[in-house]
Design a protein around this ligand. Structure first.
Ligand SMILES: [Zn+2]
Length: 121
């Protein structure tokens, strides 16, 4: 893969991943809105809501998913800016370049495979 082709492919990977993540975030936020509406509708007559626990578990799950998506969008934005500036993607731990093959799969990666495996990220 030539460098130029690699950059174009990475741009596309970033764009696709951003669109996917935005979709995830939107879905999670919509679900949160719906969940809140359902909760409000029920809270009038039932103080000992049997679904309360389920609902708050669901709530945390959705909140977590939305927060993850927001984090990822920020990382993707950073990666895009780095690409615009022509900075090579290097591992934040060891400073080695991150292989294009890895970036195409995980465009927001900020660690090389070895360091990612070591830190569990
Ligand atoms: Zn590394």
């Amino acid at each position: 893969m030539t460098k130029r082709n690699g950059v174009a492919a990475l741009r596309k990977a970033l764009k696709d991943r951003t669109a996917e993540t935005q979709q995830l975030l939107e879905t999670a936020e919509n679900d949160l809105v719906n969940l809140r509406a359902a909760k409000n509708a029920e809270s009038d007559d039932d103080e000992h809501d049997p679904d309360g626990a389920t609902m708050s578990a669901e709530w945390s799950r959705l909140e977590g998913r939305a927060a993850d998506a927001r984090d990822e969008l920020a990382q993707l934005e950073q990666a895009r800016r780095r690409l615009d500036d022509g900075d090579p993607a290097v591992c934040v731990d060891c400073g080695e370049p991150i292989p294009m093959e890895r970036l195409l799969v995980r465009p927001m990666a900020d660690r090389c495979v070895d360091c990612a495996e070591r830190t569990g990220r």
